[in-house]
Write a protein that binds this ligand. Structure first.
Ligand SMILES: Nc1nc2c(ncn2[C@@H]2O[C@H](COP(=O)(O)OP(=O)(O)OP(=O)(O)O)[C@@H](O)[C@H]2O)c(=O)[nH]1
Ligand SMILES: [Mg+2]
Length: 391
């Protein structure tokens, strides 16, 4: 029985093997076909790929040709531009994208198609305060606007918006072309002292200014006057390397006035055109700050032989009203000649610029629009107004 079964099993097995075999060959055939198909497909794909690559190359070539043409065109346009001596507005506009989209575009939206009533003035008040223009200036602007609207009998919201634009422009009155320019004269040592509380961007701005002046062909030297903060000397030295500008330094913790002395003396003896002086950013207390800055001022005057020199206050525009308060304190202590408003790329509240220049009665000389070496714009109020109010 067992044997029978065994044979049966054997037969069955044979049959199964035969079936298995045919299955196997079928399978192999299938695999073969699949491989062939795949190969064909791959060949096809390869062909398509190659075709694509060729057309891609052609496209690239075409594009390169086009961009070459464009570049030539741009070069030509640039040449025309240069001969026309028109300022290039595009970079500032781009960099102001954040505040533009925030406050200034909201301002425009707010007026469009609205009736001029108390509600609108209240809305305007709110928006101006939110944008860091500050309570005092907001009240002043809204009151002036109401007065002008009544006087000129303005009815259309577009006209009221235009009037508001004019009022804001008036707040930039200290920013004439003459005032916003750095006072650098040929044939003498020019000093730029940079002050401000910590972290506002003094050292970075010094690096950027050094680059600008060097590009203009000036012989520039930097004084590492921040001997207080750890790594401050290394930071300014790094900027010195990046810009190819010599840095005068002493050890960490030494008297900053001594570094200033060294720098100005070296600059004078070796006929440098500009000495830019970094300072520590601590606003410990008003009396100490005053004493330190008085000492520094005295040394600069004695060593350079200049009674007047640039003293630039750096303000971080993202600190809003706080920045304005700091500015007022520094303005009382030192004879500021201008302001650098940094981190303008990082605020949606561009409004701070109006009270800072207006309340201090000082021009904005530069706007910082990023951390890169080129990210410092000379402040041009016309360009600024155009950039913030453009569509
Ligand atoms: N986004 C942006 N960052 C900036 C700008 N200016 C400076 N910074 C950054 O702000 C930080 C502080 O800058 P510093 O130049 O060290 O500031 P400081 O005033 O010298 O600081 P202290 O020496 O500590 O007083 C750095 O990370 C800078 O890269 C600017 O215009 N835009
Ligand atoms: Mg610094």
């Amino acid at each position: 029985m067992a044997l029978k079964n065994f044979f049966k099993f054997g037969k069955k097995k044979k049959k199964e093997e035969e079936i298995e075999e045919t299955k196997e060959t079928e399978k192999n055939e299938k695999i073969k076909k699949n491989i062939e198909n795949k190969e064909n497909k791959e060949n096809k794909e390869e062909k398509i790929k190659k075709g694509n690559e060729i057309s891609e190359k052609n496209k690239k070539l075409k594009n390169e040709k086009k961009s070459e043409e464009n570049e030539n065109k741009e070069e030509k346009e640039e040449k025309i531009e240069k001969t026309k001596k028109k300022p290039k507005l595009k970079p500032l506009k781009d960099r102001l994208a954040t505040p533009k989209k925030g406050f200034f575009s909201k301002l425009k939206e707010m007026f469009l198609g609205k009736t001029i009533d108390d509600e609108l003035y209240e809305e305007l008040e709110e928006l101006l305060i939110q944008s860091d223009i500050g309570m005092d200036m907001t009240m002043e602007i809204v009151a002036d606007l109401e007065k002008q609207v009544a006087k000129k009998r303005l009815k259309a919201s577009q006209d009221v918006y235009e009037e508001l634009k004019e009022l804001l422009k008036d707040k930039l009155v200290y920013n004439t072309e003459e005032n916003t320019k750095l006072d650098i004269q040929d044939g003498k040592l020019n000093i730029i002292l940079v002050v401000g509380v910590n972290g506002v961007g003094k050292t970075t701005s010094i690096g950027k200014i050094a680059k600008k002046l060097k590009d203009e062909g000036k012989k520039v030297i930097i004084g590492a006057g921040d001997t207080f903060r750890a790594a401050a000397i290394e930071q300014i030295e790094e900027w010195g390397k990046r810009t190819g500008v010599e840095v005068v330094k002493q050890s960490h913790g030494s008297d900053p006035a001594a570094v200033i002395f060294d720098t100005v003396k070296t600059a004078k003896n070796r006929n440098f055109d500009v000495a830019i002086l970094d300072t520590a950013g601590r606003l410990h207390n008003k009396r100490d700050l005053m004493k330190e800055l008085e000492k520094i001022n005295k040394i600069i005057k004695e060593q350079s032989g200049n009674d007047k020199f640039e003293t630039l206050l750096v303000i971080d525009s993202t600190t809003g009203q706080n920045g304005l308060e700091q500015a007022k304190i520094f303005n009382e202590i030192v004879d500021l000649t201008g302001i650098i408003l940094t981190k303008f790329d990082g605020t949606a509240k561009g409004g701070i610029i109006f009270p800072i220049t207006n309340e201090l009665k000082k021009p904005i000389k530069f706007i910082g629009v990023g951390e890169g070496i080129e990210d410092l714009r000379k402040f041009d109020s016309k360009e600024f107004v155009e950039a913030i109010f453009s569509d």
